[in-house]
Design a protein around this ligand. Structure first.
Ligand code: CTP
Ligand code: MG
Length: 335
């Protein structure tokens, strides 16, 4: 039975104030950091024009620089689109960037091959892929959720901040979850409040099974992005940020059934692993968060059983600190 979670007296207000204080003073991106990102993109465009003067290459910025969930310290995510498929070779892009003084690291065998770049002059990191446009759509989806209710942005950023401080936000190298997976989980939580704070944006669709899909499978990219109509969808829900964070920790510490349930932002509910065909093999033992567009992908696949247990313990730790009167800063104490 999942009734309303009761918070110790006075905690809800002070926790909300603490989250907003951290959001406004440390998470909200500074004007300077926005300017550095702009300068990097301009520099990167100049490099591309100098190196490939006859090629048509478009630069799209996606991820937290544009979805409203980025902080001053977030990297820049860039997608290049071009019909010159030679550029899909990450080593070619990497060698070009090195010529211009950037440090690079290639991840060629990932589902989406990327070049990780660090610009020592502007002191900024970038992840660059070529022709992987699906991320542009899920970025627009997150932007839409952020625009619907004023609590989405501080809530998701507070969750992301906690995961970064506690070292559970690194899918590529840490074997935990990406920021995108955390954002999907956090927004799904807001979607499943009673009454909901954000709506289901996607049309109903049959779940695509992993054994029947590949990255070349057609994907339905439509979703409701009519902000004018959707704005303030969550007005009937008056839960505070402090209350929401406390309830979020409790849900994933004690209530969510990691063995049988799948988080589905696309459907605004939990699905069962059995109905997705994830009750067999590796997904049956790990955390399952469905990618809202490519529904055969599990956004939490990067975390193995041990990592998922570690994540669950982090939820328990965070919940217990708040229950015992600790602060949001205590919850986010660097690991
Ligand atoms: N992305 C994706 N599938 C993943 C991981 C990421 O499609 N499994 C895309 C999403 O569009 C996401 C973007 O890549 O918005 C950037 O991912 P990530 O860096 O994890 O998230 P950010 O929102 O950029 O967070 P941060 O501020 O930590 O950089
Ligand atoms: Mg990013």
């Amino acid at each position: 039975v999942s009734g309303r979670v009761v918070l110790p007296t006075g905690l809800e207000k002070s926790l909300t104030a603490q989250i907003l204080h951290t959001y406004e003073t440390r998470l909200f991106p500074s004007a300077e950091s926005i300017e550095v990102k702009r300068a990097f993109i301009e520099k990167f465009a100049t490099v591309l024009v100098s190196e490939f003067p006859d090629w048509e290459v478009d630069i799209h910025v996606f991820g937290s620089s544009v979805n409203g969930l980025g902080s001053s310290r977030s990297d820049v995510d860039i997608c290049l689109t071009t019909k010159h498929r030679m550029l899909e070779d990450v080593f070619l892009l990497s060698s070009v960037l090195r010529k211009y003084g950037m440090c690079t690291y290639c991840v060629p065998r990932a589902r989406v091959p990327i070049v990780k770049a660090w610009d020592p002059e502007l002191r900024i990191a970038a992840d660059i892929n070529v022709n992987n446009t699906i991320a542009l759509h899920n970025t627009r989806m997150l932007q839409t959720f952020v625009a619907i209710d004023g609590r989405v942005r501080p809530f998701v950023m507070a969750v992301k901040h906690w995961t970064k401080c506690r070292d559970i936000n690194d899918a590529a190298f840490g074997g935990t979850l990406s920021s995108y997976a955390w954002a999907t989980l956090a927004i799904h939580f807001l979607q499943t409040r009673q009454p909901p704070i954000v709506p289901v944006l996607h049309p109903p669709a049959p779940s695509l099974r992993a054994d029947k899909c590949t990255d070349a499978s057609p994907v339905d990219l439509t979703f409701d992005d009519d902000i004018t109509r959707l704005r303030d969808f969550g007005r009937d829900n008056t839960e505070s940020l402090g209350y929401l964070l406390y309830a979020f920790f409790r849900t994933y510490a004690f209530e969510f059934d990691y063995r049988h349930q799948v988080v589905s932002l696309r459907n605004g509910c939990y699905l069962s692993k059995a109905e997705k065909g994830w009750d067999q093999g590796r997904p049956s033992r790990i955390f399952c968060i469905e990618e809202p567009f490519s529904t055969w992908l599990n956004l939490a696949h990067s975390a193995n059983e041990t990592a998922v247990e570690g994540i669950r313990q982090e939820f328990q730790r965070a919940f217990c600190i708040l229950r015992d009167g600790g602060s949001y800063d205590n919850v986010c104490e660097v690991y």
